[in-house]
Design a protein around this ligand. Structure first.
Ligand SMILES: Nc1ncnc2c1ncn2[C@@H]1O[C@H](COP(=O)(O)OP(=O)(O)O)[C@@H](O)[C@H]1O
Ligand SMILES: [Mg+2]
Length: 414
């Protein structure tokens, strides 16, 4: 057995920091794929895709381009634009038109090149008429990713106006706007005016079975397998975030390969957790340190862990009373909510990096993690520090015990 080769192969299959760009590795998301394909098939309809960080928005946007080329008989022109904080409405469309021309391998005109003119201010009207010029050459499917990053104030309104114009004129082009948000309002201004021509598609966290299939199908490709208990641990810790499924599956397969084994066991997941703590994004580690730091002994780490373990509603939100049980499990002491009110308040303030977001009036206050990617990290830290064990986190499957602490697919918590 060529263990080195297998190790290398594993890193091509499990890619925690790169979006999926091959249909072979893409799992689940059937309903969302169908919603976007429906939007593409209806002239004048566009789509907006929103969800939390790391749930798989970019992967979905990329995979759809490949899917389209298999189901549509015509030429597909599908530029993929990724926005950043410096972008404006004009710069986004400049990128889009240059990319379209690049895909079509069009030579630039000899003299004045409109698409390269940085002075030229694109308006929704001009975008529409220029896009129309390309529609005779194929089906236009434009993805604008990370739209939440754009800071330029008018861009959201202009984009809504553009969608309205494209729809009113039945231009044969579909726009897919992707970004981190709780709902469409978080990405597009005045979206009510375009409700009829805009499919609003939410990407929730991944259901447990889809997470499991990321691991098992990846391992089949590698000629490896996994013990049930190890699989439940990986999936349970990942909390429906595929980026952690990939990270833990990669590190656990490496641990098994190091031990010259083809079957992943719980000991490999243990080693994977140790490594994941130091391999997680620097920003996540910094957020954790800032939230829990104290020169004296405090219960900040324990309270944050209780937040990550708490029962939540479908949006990933919990109430202070939801922390009493996990606090008892962690500290082996009875806690009333007064015992950690100060800590919860501090987690919502800048000094502790406002890791939690607070919602609702005082008597029915709810909280959720501002960055959902922190939650699995907090659980791994808790396991590593031995504040809790796998049973406490319900990572061992008992017949009547749900693997997740929510009974149905959560839609948010961002
Ligand atoms: N449907 C999927 N099947 C398998 N892996 C996925 C899927 N969606 C996302 N992933 C993995 O999850 C991680 C985050 O995905 P990404 O698309 O970058 O998320 P987002 O754009 O929402 O931040 C990546 O490692 C990607 O490979
Ligand atoms: Mg993305």
């Amino acid at each position: 057995m060529e263990w080195d080769v297998l190790d290398l192969k594993a890193s091509h299959i499990f890619t925690p920091s790169a979006p999926i760009d091959s249909e072979k590795l893409f799992r689940g998301r059937k309903a969302q794929v169908k919603d976007v394909v429906d939007a593409i098939n209806q002239k004048g309809r566009h789509a907006i895709l929103f969800g939390g960080r790391g749930v798989g928005k970019t992967s979905l946007g990329k995979i759809l381009r490949q899917k389209l080329s298999t189901i549509e008989p015509c030429t597909i022109i599908s530029p993929y634009i990724t926005c950043d904080t410096s972008d404006s409405f004009s710069s986004i469309w400049r990128k889009a038109f240059l990319e379209i021309r690049h895909i079509l391998r069009d030579e630039p005109p000899d003299e004045y090149d409109l698409y390269k003119d940085h002075q030229f201010e694109w308006t929704p009207y001009e975008v529409r008429s220029n896009l129309e010029l390309f529609t005779s050459r194929g089906l236009l499917y434009l993805v604008i990713d990370e739209f939440d990053k754009v800071e330029c104030p008018d861009t959201r309104q202009f984009m809504a106006d553009t969608i309205k114009l494209l729809s009113d004129h039945s231009v044969n082009a579909t726009l897919l706007i992707i970004g981190v948000a709780d709902d469409a309002t978080g990405l597009i201004d005045n979206h009510q005016s375009i409700d009829r021509c805009l499919a609003q598609i939410s990407i929730p966290r991944m259901p447990q079975t889809e997470c499991e299939s990321i691991v098992t199908s990846g391992l089949v490709t590698l000629g490896m397998s996994i013990q049930d208990s190890a699989l439940f641990e990986i999936v349970g810790l990942s909390k429906g975030l595929p980026t952690y499924v990939h990270l833990l599956a990669l590190l656990a397969s490496r641990a098994a390969i190091d031990a010259k084994r083809l079957k992943i066991e719980s000991v490999d997941v243990k080693r994977a957790i140790e490594r994941a703590i130091s391999h997680s994004e620097e920003t996540i580690r910094a957020e954790y340190e800032k939230a829990t730091f104290s020169p004296r002994e405090t219960i900040y780490p324990q309270v944050l862990l209780a937040c990550a373990m708490a029962n939540t509603d479908e949006y990933g939100r919990f109430q202070p009373s939801d922390l009493c049980e996990p606090m008892r499990v962690i500290t082996k002491k009875e806690y009333k909510t007064q015992g950690f009110t100060v800590h919860l308040k501090a987690f919502c303030e800048t000094e502790r990096g406002f890791v939690l977001k607070m919602l609702g009036a005082e008597y029915r206050r709810k909280y959720h993690f501002r960055n959902p990617l922190l939650q699995p990290y907090v659980l791994m830290k808790g396991l590593h520090a031995k504040f809790v064990n796998e049973e406490d986190l319900r990572l061992r499957r008992l017949d009547d015990m749900p693997l997740f602490n929510y009974s149905h697919e959560p839609t948010g918590g961002y």
